[in-house]
Write a protein of this length. Sequence first.
Length: 367
Amino acid sequence: MNPLFVKARSRLILDNPFFGTLCLRLKPVEFDEPTGATDGVHLFYNPKWFEKLTDMERIGFLAHEVMHVVLLHILRRNERHATAWNVACDYAINNHLIAEGFILPKGGLVDMQYNDMTADAIYSQLPEPPQGWDGVAVDFGKCGGVMDHPGNDGTAGKASAIEAGLTVAIHQAAEAAKAQGKLSGNMETLISDVTDPKVDWKAVLARFLRANNKSDFTWARPNRRFIGQGMYLPSLHNPCLEEIVVAVDTSGSISDEELTQFTTETSHILHELNPERVQFIQCDSEINDVTEYTRESLPLKVKYKGRGGTMFTPVIDHVNEHFPNAAALVYLTDLECGDFGNKPHYPVLWVTTNATDAPYGEVIQMQ
């Protein structure tokens, strides 16, 4: 391996363990393009260009490529123009890196008007790509480019699986750096925007289930406090987390980004609440898949099916028939449907990406 690359990466690991840890996940590959790039699996670099950089610029280049991974740029381009997307991503990244004290290779794109903006928002403000910019990603900013993840086949399920794995790695790297006192407050906030769920499931479901009277006394677990006194009294046992049903709206009105977020929210239900099992139902106008998950299923790798119209009745009827003792039904949806069916006997929590109402159950909006 190029000794200059090893030196720069080692320095990054020592001084900025968050960036260094994630950089170790990227396989270095020399290539003939003018500068460098990453696809989330490899870190490509032109050795002749790399050798001309200063020590600090080499470290800045590595951090720049890691940030493309942290902000999931490798998964978010979709049908956008490749070069324009690279420009937007560089503007989104470089202000953060400069604030963290990194020195970027000369020619890096920096503009304070894009401070704290996402690549998606910046892309929408860029002018139309000029003639001569073809579909090939060009590193217009001279800091290193971003390429599509090689494992992403364009389906929401595959993107969700890749994002879930990256989110775990990003979170672990952040926790390790934080333990060493080497993670700035600004970076911690930026990382939390990527890795944290949009719903505080512990608080929401605890309140929701209490409101629906899902705790009760049972003889199944005698209250140990009174056994020594010869009294066998029932204990307050909460059976509500034995089984939760999570339904996902996979209709055509749901974007790939929303499906990815739905996977993240389901993962956090499993991780934070640790129910005995989650029955995971995919439905558009009909049931497309039912899978049972436990905490051991993490990280979730969901292949979504559907993309037709929207009906909620199939899920309501399926839960009535197959999971009548479920503690609750959590339905992840945009609520763009007029078919809600009859109100079931179990509590329903609608988690929606839109600000709207439902004829029954409780509605919370996912930010």
